[in-house]
Ligand binder design. Sequence first.
Ligand code: NDP
Length: 488
Amino acid sequence: MIAATKTKIAPGRLLIDGQWFDGATEFDTINPATGDVLTQIASASAEDVDRAVVAARRAFEDRSGAWRKLSASERGRLIWKLADLVEKNIDELAELETLDNGKPIFESRYVDMPMVIDVLRYYAGWATKIHGETVNTFETAFTYTLREPVGVVGMIVPWNFPLLLASWKLGPALACGNTVVWKPASQTSLTTLRFGELAVEAGVPAGVLNIVTGPGEVGRAMVRHPGIEKIAFTGSTEVGKEIMRGAADSLKRITLELGGKSPNIVFADSDIDNAVKGAITGIFYGKGEVCNAGSRLFVESKVQDEFLEKLAVRAAKMRPADPLDPKTRMGAIVSQEQMQTVLGYIEAGKKEGAKLVAGGNRVSVDGGKGFFVEPTIFRDVRNDMKIAREEIFGPVLAILSFNDLDEVIEKANQNEYGLASAVWTRDIKKAHYVSRRLKAGTVWINTYGLMDASLPFGGYKSSGFGRELGARALEHYTETKSVWLNMG
Ligand code: NDP
């Protein structure tokens, strides 16, 4: 029997200017592991978005207001305090994330939330280190640059890592002195709303952090709004393109972290057991609902049979189960709609002639109505098949084989996306050679999926542009101003 939550979840409201408001309408948020309604969430109207933007603008521009009066060091301490509060409430936040998204509690408690804390602390440290420089130009001039916050930042966040991907935006936005309007995905608003309460508790000044829940239309209103200077978006390539078109009118700054179809390349000279583990993590971690999932696995032909045998043994252990059980490694797909999308891709794979070697079906866990799909593996996949071209965003692995180095590099790059990639080999020269030639924002060598607050993450090609994490992200949250003083 899938465990019921210990927490009674209050209906979600909008956080605007430090106050909580009901929306004009509300919608249900569903537990994907049971299909049950968890609670109701307020749906923000265009007027609510406008009020949130006005509040964020006022907090940003009021020179004698609480936000502007904070020194960089005090701002850093406030972000650090947010991290402390996440840490203090880590069990509750992890449980909410699991209930809302269906991801195993093991992931929310020991990966997502710890990284939220790390990211916030990393950017708390940056708050005091963001500065311009003096530049020598002419004898008769004193010239220097200022790094100024861009203004009001609109954060539009997807459902796969709700609080984590928000922290990647919130940390640098606040460290640089911006104010934010934050829209979580409609499927997964719960941790955002709890974080909003923690922000109020931490003493984040009114208007600095506003939360507007609701459907994609809320995001659209943010993109259209002239009072927002920058949109930080993670989500589908399709919506990313729409945001880019919408942002053109007001020339908003945008960063887009979009989809992926990342190649995971296993050479015959690799440590096969480790590569098998990496392939499993690469595609089945987060139920495959991961932008950098290693969804195209290239295996050198001469080790393919051995590799597949070992892969099948490991995949069989990834049985979908109750996400709240600490032993579970495969949770529920985020929504019925996403589950249907994933099952549709599995059918497409079969029709196009790929060979199904594991999984392929929806499964019932404990006889319930949850949205669970078996870990699924196809072999004999070709790059031109739909399951190799398109982002599935589910636990479906496409295996392709290759015979030589240039062939696999060409095939790996033959895709519209370029978010991440991996290469498995004991030959260090080959590893670096392949890394240089892959068109992807991240290359992992003999590992998969490692992340750190300090290392930039983002895409090439249709995977978007701009970088999150690390010092590079700060550039997207500041403007550089050059100042000339005539000394002549
Ligand atoms: P979307 O790109 O639709 O959603 C991402 C965020 O954008 C959500 O907050 C969403 O709101 C919001 N949004 C939706 N439409 C608009 C719009 N027109 N203007 C502004 N904001 C908007 O992703 P989906 O949830 O629909 O997932 C579809 C596919 O996208 C997945 O199957 C996967 O392939 C890909 N995806 C990629 C992600 C990544 O990490 N790169 C993350 C999530 C999805 P709301 O949720 O309320 O609709």
